[in-house]
Design a protein around this ligand. Structure first.
Ligand SMILES: CC(C)(COP(=O)(O)OP(=O)(O)OC[C@H]1O[C@@H](n2cnc3c(N)ncnc32)[C@H](O)[C@@H]1OP(=O)(O)O)[C@@H](O)C(=O)NCCC(=O)NCCS
Length: 401
């Protein structure tokens, strides 16, 4: 019999965290534990007990995620794991039950996560809500399509300086892009800017891009230098490159693509509408490979739908099925940017995960219809819903959490 509850002390927290940690390495050291406690509060780390032993864990960040129109309080689901000795016996299901009840009680309208496998979370109401992909660019094929006028300069900065200079650039992105989450100081210092011990031989390099002394972009990258037969085949891995505006994005990427000795430049988690694809003269050679990014769970359908902005006028009635969170089971009328329960006939019928897929604007109702994921009861309703939900820019979450 599995019992799930929030961890009550540091020892329980560590053992719950170890349920995922043990897949990678020995139990978390004290300093790693301190960092995790600064990101995921003790009462947001759920532990699954069997016969007094912790056999699974699931955590949630308390942060904001930008949705179309602005930021929304959100649970950032993370460090979900079940011991291989206890797999497929309902431990994850029990953890998801407790966690979603908790998110609901906290009044957070949505939960988001990165899925280790796409097959896990749909059953709990999470929908694939954004896309991202990797690029691998040969430096000798990295020319831009148009000449770039340089207006600023890049310079290396220390982690301490970066902690002051980079966050405003992130905030600019957060205002513009659905999918971007908030980061506090411990997130910056402990996750983004810190080089883990095992990477110390090839640490993160931190670059600020400035125009007239004002920081407008930054890059975090690692460079592995190597030579074969006297020729450099070094690789530059972009960890994160963000510009607060189009010029800064172009210039920070030009810097990254021009570092001497590098044979290839790789980056991951780029959204399909990233500026790089039209900056490059040969985007085909970037070998973009698309995969799933953020998954979204509408924990409170009414609050979530009312919590984002829409592009047009008009109304649509959804019939939402949600067997895992039955408080959402209803017909919902979205009108004037507000969703409320209604007795009017359903125009579109769908499971809550499909609505989660459409929520950030990356997946259209027409695509969901084509994939047999929604039913259209009134002709034109899908087109009407798409006119309301469509949003640019597309969602982007530049970091796996
Ligand atoms: C993924 C993981 C958490 C599943 O835990 P679990 O306790 O075995 O899952 P449960 O027994 O509660 O399964 C619940 C349901 O999910 C399904 N499921 C679980 N893991 C799945 C997977 N990897 N792929 C597809 N379906 C999966 C089960 O078949 C079951 O389906 P049902 O509802 O139709 O019966 C566990 O295998 C694990 O820790 N994996 C490695 C770490 C990991 O991937 N964590 C997720 C991080 S995002």
């Amino acid at each position: 019999m599995v019992e799930v509850r929030a961890s009550r002390d540091r020892t329980e927290y560590a053992r719950a965290l170890n349920a995922i940690w043990q897949y990678f390495s020995p139990p978390p050291a004290e300093d790693a534990l301190d960092r995790w406690l600064s990101w995921v509060a003790q009462d947001r780390m759920h532990a699954a007990f069997e016969d007094g032993e912790i056999v699974g864990g699931a955590g949630a960040f308390t942060f904001e995620v930008t949705v179309p129109g602005g930021p929304l309080p959100c649970a950032g689901v993370t460090v979900v794991g079940v011991y291989p000795t206890h797999r497929r016996r309902g431990v994850l299901r029990a953890l998801m039950r407790a966690q979603l009840d908790d998110v609901h009680a906290r009044g957070e309208p949505i939960a988001v996560l990165w899925a280790s496998e796409e097959t896990i979370y749909g059953r709990f109401g999470y929908g694939l809500a954004s896309w991202c992909g990797d690029v691998t660019i040969a430096r000798d094929r990295a020319a831009f399509a148009r000449p770039l006028e340089r207006r600023g300069r890049a310079r290396f900065v220390s982690p301490e300086e970066a902690a002051a200079l980079f966050p405003p650039v992130w905030e600019a992105l957060r205002r513009e892009r659905p999918g971007v989450h908030s980061r506090d100081e411990s997130w910056w210092t402990g996750r983004v800017l810190r080089t883990p011990d095992e990477q110390k031989a090839n640490p993160k390099r931190l670059v600020a891009f400035e125009v007239d002394g004002a920081v407008q972009g930054y890059a975090v990258y690692r460079a592995a230098v190597s030579f074969e037969a006297g020729v450099s085949n070094s690789k530059l891995e972009v960890v994160e490159a963000i510009g607060a505006n189009a010029q800064a994005t172009a210039e920070i990427w030009r810097f990254l693509l021009d570092v001497d000795w590098m044979e290839t430049i790789t980056a991951s988690l780029l959204p399909p509408d990233h500026a790089l694809f039209l900056l490059l003269a040969s985007p085909r050679r970037a070998r973009y490979r698309r995969g799933d990014a953020l998954w979204v769970r509408l924990v409170d359908v009414g609050a979530a739908l009312s919590g984002r902005a829409y592009t047009g006028e008009g109304a649509v009635v959804f019939e939402v099925h949600d067997s895992f969170c039955p408080w959402n089971e209803a017909r919902w009328k979205l009108e004037g940017g507000t969703a409320s329960r209604t007795d009017e006939p359903a125009e579109i019928e769908l499971d809550v995960d499909a609505l989660g897929s459409a929520y950030l604007g990356a997946v259209s109702f027409a695509e969901l219809l084509n994939a047999l994921r929604v039913e259209e009861h009134v002709e034109g309703a899908v087109a009407r819903a798409d006119a309301l939900f469509a949003w640019r820019p597309l969602p982007w979450c530049p970091e796996i959490f």
